[in-house]
Design a protein. Structure first.
Lengths: 101, 139
């Protein structure tokens, strides 16, 4: 007896909403990145769940690519945070309100 | 004074309510979607089939794994994206003034600031001739 797809979708929606709440609430750029990762992983759960639902492996392969994309995004994000720290002596995203300083 | 995490009491509840409302809408849609029972993945190594699908070797994927498609173009695209991300991260992390490799792990502090503060106490100890038994300097 396989687990029904709705349960996967519910946990994915919960993870997505936790990530969304983090983005709406936090002011620390690192926690922003973590929240974005939560939302990306919610999408990954959906991909794997529907891969199981349809009985093929497309979603599982694609979720691997999504993880690689998340790694690329984190690499750039941490570089941006480093620049933010150098220029504002902190990683509060509300400090950097303009594109130039 | 440490900076351990504390429970935030002065928060804006609208954000939490918005996230909860979104979850409620999503949960309602998912539960009432009327999805069929999942077909499931058949016999055979899933990991091997993922590897074959990633490199377009679809003739090696067993029929029990459904109509799995090839992902070679996506694989190459992601490889290029990862390479670009590595270059971008290095470009962002490099200082505009002349950077040396040993300062790459200092968290972005100014190069000269800690060198001056570390050098001063060590010189003072040597000048006064007091041996405290500690280095004091290059920590």
């Amino acid at each position: 007896m396989a687990i029904v797809t709705e349960y996967y979708l519910l946990i994915s929606a919960a993870l997505f909403c936790i990530g969304l709440y983090g983005i709406l609430t936090r002011e620390n750029a690192l926690l922003f990145l973590m929240s974005v990762e939560l939302m990306l992983n919610a999408a990954n759960i959906n991909l794997v769940a529907f891969s199981f639902y349809w009985g093929n492996l497309n979603g599982q392969v694609f979720s691997l690519f999504t993880m690689a994309l998340a790694a690329a995004e984190v690499a750039i994000g941490i570089g941006i945070i480093l620049v933010l720290y150098r220029n504002f002596e902190g990683i509060d995203v509300t400090e950097a309100a303009t594109m130039r300083w | 004074m440490t900076s351990r995490p504390r429970l935030a009491t002065e928060v804006n509840y609208v954000n939490g309510i918005a996230a909860l409302a979104l979850f409620a809408v999503l949960a309602y849609v998912f539960v009432t979607a009327g999805l069929e029972p999942p077909r499931g993945i058949g016999e055979g190594s899933v990991v091997a089939s993922i590897g074959f699908a990633m490199f377009d070797m679809l003739e090696l994927v067993p029929d029990t794994h459904g109509n799995t498609e090839g992902f070679l173009v996506a694989f190459l695209t992601i490889a290029v994206v990862l390479d670009a991300a590595l270059d971008g991260a290095v470009m962002l992390a490099r200082r505009e003034d002349e950077a040396s490799p040993e300062t790459a792990t200092d968290g972005g502090r100014p190069v000269n600031a800690d060198a001056d503060t570390d050098a001063a106490p060590a010189d003072a100890e040597n000048a006064s001739g007091v041996d405290t038994g500690s280095e004091g300097g290059d920590a």
